[in-house]
Design a protein. Structure first.
Length: 204
């Protein structure tokens, strides 16, 4: 994973907000004048929008795979989270005064190798790992902050991952299911346009 620190996180969160607001005003993708070299390396990233102060989800889209330079992936994910999340209507510019922007930078995914499905319970750590499930054409992703926020156990985490992929909650017992884990660094505004902090997750 890229060595991302709070200064990088502050740059990315501000970039994500700028990208959304610019797009909502101009209907064009924002092109930053300057990006330093570290953020030109490819990495997976998600951008999450939450209402303030309720902290209810308003949009979340990103890239699991490192397909774009990190800064570019952040811009694209930010715009998509505001305008393309099928769970919500598109964000309006006026809403941005009441939304928190969060950026999650992902490590490369790692296939979890198990002898039996029960072994997953010993190899996944709540508060540390995000998960990706792949089964044929089905795919689901849950970020590491999700089970912490909902107070899930590992088996509940796996069940909700299956549901996210559009599969039955016990699909993780299937032989041909592939489950990957990844770690993440999470940066977010404390309040809209406010101080940017790194979020450290705690196990439940």
């Amino acid at each position: 994973m890229l060595r991302i620190d709070i200064n990088d996180g502050e740059f990315l969160v501000k970039l994500a907000r700028k990208a959304i607001e610019y797009y909502l005003k101009n209907k064009r993708e924002y092109k930053p004048e300057y990006v330093y070299d570290k953020l030109k390396e490819k990495a997976g990233v998600f951008v999450t929008l939450e209402t303030f102060p309720e902290k209810e989800l308003r949009g979340c889209i990103g890239y699991v795979e490192p397909v774009y330079p990190l800064y570019e992936a952040t811009i694209k994910a930010a715009i998509a989270s505001a305008t393309e999340d099928p769970r919500f209507p598109p964000v309006k510019y006026e809403e941005m005064n009441n939304l928190i922007v969060e950026v999650t930078v992902l490590s490369p995914k790692e296939l979890i190798k198990v002898r039996t499905p029960k072994d997953y319970l010993k190899k996944i750590e709540i508060g540390r790992h995000g998960l990706i499930l792949e089964y044929g054409f089905y795919k689901g992703v849950l970020l590491p902050q999700v089970p912490v926020e909902y107070g899930w156990s590992v088996d509940e985490f796996l069940s909700h991952l299956c549901l996210k992929a559009g599969l039955p909650p016990d699909c993780w017992f299937e032989k041909n299911v592939k489950i990957y884990k990844f770690e993440a660094k999470i940066f977010a505004e404390e309040e809209p346009r406010g101080k940017i902090i790194e979020r450290f997750l705690k196990t439940c």
